[in-house]
Structures are given as C-alpha cells and as structure tokens.
Design a protein around this ligand. Structure first.
Ligand code: SF4
Length: 402
C-alpha cells in the first residue's frame, strides 16, 4: 500500500479534551456535509452514576457538534439504543448530556422509538439479516464516538462495536446467544477466543460501512474488566479517522502494543473482508507521524472471568456482558454487606447465563436474569434482561430475613 492510499488517522492530546477534538478534526479532510443529515452516535449504553469511561464523555460530543455546526449548515441528530431495561434519555441525562439534549440545533433520538427496519447482509457469515433502528435511512453520515475500552467478551470496544447500538432493541442481545459451532469451528484453529458474537459484529460491518467518521474518545479509557466494571484511565486523547478500522487499529496500538488484531477477533475479521482494508499500524498514515508520545498501555481484559471474593460462588455460562457487568457492579457496590452476611462456608450463590445446568445449582442459588428462567424451580429466580442491580439486592436481603 503506497502512502497516498493509506487511510489517515489524526491524533491529538490535550487536558482540555475539546481542544484535542478540534486539533484532531482540523487535520482531516472532511467531505462537504452542507444540508446533510448527520448522526452523532456516542456510546451511552448504560444508566450509571459513574459514567466515566463507561459512556462517552459529553464534552467530546459537544466539541464534535460545535466543530461540525460551525462548518456545515446541516441537520444534526444524536442518539443511541442502550442495553435492555435502560431508559435512553435517562442514560444520556445521567451521563451529562442534558445540555446537548436541549440544544435547539440538535435533535435527540431514542433509536428504538421508530419501528425497526430489517436489512439483509448477503455477505454475512453468521448474520444474514438483522433488524436495525427504524431511523436507519434517515442519516447520510454517521459519526461513531465510542469510548476506548477493554471488553471482557470482545477484547476491546471501539468504533465498530459502538455501531451495535444501531441495532433495534432486543435484537442486540440475540447476537450474544448465537450458537453455530459448524461456522465457528474453522476460525477457532487460528483465532483464540473467537465467538459467534465476533462473527456477528464483523458481519454487521458489511452494512454499517457508509460515509462517516470515527472519533474515539480516550479522554478516559477503560482498562481491565470492561465494558463497565473496569477502571478509568486518564489519557486526554482523541483518535479520529474517516476509516473506522484504521482508527480502531491505532487505538489498540496505543493501549495494547503487544496485541495483534486477533486479540479483537471482530476487527481481525473486518480487516480480512477486503484486501485493501488496513491490517496493521503500518497500513495507516498517522498525523502526527510519530504516535509514540500518545502511547499509554492499559490493562487488558482478564482472560478468565472470575470473582475475587471467597464468599461468592458465581456460575456464569453463556452469559452476556450486560449480566456479568451487573453482577460485578453489584458485588463492588455492596462488598461490605456481602462480607457481613456470607462466608466461605456459606457463600452467596449466583448463577447467570443461558448455559446454566441444573447440576450447577445449589438449593439457595439466585438465578439472575431471564436466561435462567427454565431452572427457576431450582433456586431463587430474579427476572430481568438486563436484571436490575437494586432488584437483585432487594431480593437477596429479603431472602436473608426469611
Ligand atoms: S438475561 Fe442476562 S445473560 Fe441473558 S441476555 Fe439478558 S442480560 Fe444477557
């Protein structure tokens, strides 16, 4: 690949993240977007009191919006479709987006509000069709604004993974439950830890490849147990590119220098979809050329997911990250209570995921989430998808009073 053909990635760093956004965008050649319909797609997937590095930093979205608004008289939208059981507007408000929601030149959208549109994916390996947001045809240009974060199931969550929020409602969760071993097996020989979910995200890339821009928010990146139980790491960095894959590759080069793309299987699969797709950092032209000053290695996600507490026995089989994160956050937020009421000999037994078997369960196991419904007579069933932390805690407390 000659330098002229290489996709361009612009990096900028500044304590005032709005300055980093402007610097990064200033170095790109943006198309003429006059009169176009532009979606700002941050990652606001969760209602959380501590959104730092879990949801996109609103300052980054504000800066992107101001930058484009100044340049182009266009129709601007901002929206997401969060994880199940999450109120979209509440998630945005809790994460500091109220000013943008009330911005007269920006229309806020709950992407689940309009009836779904089913799209076919002729080149899909595992997904042949998918229900997307009903707003799908209402945008000419999509700006994916993810948080740079590690992910316990997919290695990392970046620009492509953020577009999973364009899938309609519960159809997102279906991607976590695909089981097609005959399609997966040939990949397992060369890609460690690949799952059906990775194939599905890569399939989605066939349809989400449309004019757009990636602006990766690494004001605070999330290390370790992402997408929501990791630790925020201040990086003050923005990575922007009209090529989502190139932006994602550079984000990994900065934070996981030892990795190859196979550590994030969906990105490896996307890079292999076309001969001309970038495959390594060498296939990308960065501005500035030297990216070493931006390097900031962070902890990868753990290889095996285990609970550190001796007084908690968690059985997790084929669970998705939403349920796992709920449990991790619940244990983190209620550690004192759990330590006061459970011991190594008499642990808090929890089970999550679709793969749970009767033989995994003790009589007093809390079966958390709708995926465990068929075992409900074998323990204490707690409904929800995603189950709600406060409800789980209430039922645990109730059971202790009995
Ligand atoms: S019940 Fe839990 S594991 Fe099952 S789909 Fe819902 S959130 Fe995921």
């Amino acid at each position: 690949m000659g330098d002229a053909e290489k996709p361009l990635v612009s990096l900028a760093k500044h304590e005032k993240i709005e300055i980093a956004v402007k610097d990064a965008l200033d170095r790109l050649n943006l198309p003429n977007l006059q009169g176009k319909r532009i979606l700002l797609k941050p990652n606001v997937g969760r209602e959380t009191e501590n959104p730092l590095s879990i949801n996109t930093n609103p300052k980054v979205v504000e800066a992107v919006f101001s930058y484009f608004k100044e340049k182009f008289d266009a129709h601007y939208y901002m929206g997401d479709s969060p994880i199940i059981n999450t109120d979209t507007q509440k998630a945005f408000e809790q994460s500091g987006f109220t000013k943008l929601i009330n911005e007269p030149d920006l229309q806020f959208l709950d992407l689940d509000e309009k009836l779904a549109l089913e799209l076919t994916i002729p080149d899909g390996k595992i997904l042949k069709k998918i229900k997307m947001t009903g707003y799908w045809n209402d945008f000419d240009y999509i700006i994916s604004i993810p948080v740079l974060k590690m992910h316990m199931h997919t290695g990392a969550s970046l620009s492509f993974k953020n577009l999973k929020g364009l899938i309609y409602k519960r159809n997102k969760i279906k991607l976590h439950h695909l089981q097609v071993p005959e399609i997966l097996e040939p990949y397992q020989a060369t890609i460690e830890n690949i799952k059906e979910l990775d194939l599905a995200i890569a399939d989605l890339a066939h349809i989400t490849k449309r004019p757009g821009l990636a602006v990766i928010d690494a004001s605070y990146a999330q290390q370790g147990m992402g997408p929501s139980s990791g630790e925020p790491i201040k990086m003050d960095t923005i990575i922007a590119s009209p090529d989502y894959l190139a932006a994602d590759i550079i984000a990994l080069a900065l934070t996981q220098p030892q990795w190859t793309l196979k550590n994030v299987p969906h990105l490896y699969l996307i890079s292999e979809q076309r001969k001309f797709h970038p495959k390594t950092r060498n296939d990308i032209q960065c501005i500035p050329e030297e990216i070493e000053p931006f390097n900031h290695p962070i902890e990868p996600p753990p290889k095996t997911i285990s609970i550190k507490y001796k007084n908690v026995n968690l059985v997790s089989k084929k669970s998705c990250s939403a349920c796992l994160s709920t449990i991790f956050n619940l244990l983190k937020n209620n550690k004192e209570f759990v330590d006061d009421h459970y011991t190594e000999e008499n642990p808090l037994n929890l089970a999550i995921g679709k793969g749970i078997q009767d033989s995994d369960l003790y009589e007093n196991t809390f079966l958390v989430g709708n995926c465990t419904y068929e075992h409900k007579d074998k323990g204490i069933f707690i409904k929800g998808c995603t189950p709600v932390e406060s409800t789980i805690m209430r039922l645990i407390k109730d059971s202790l009073e009995k």
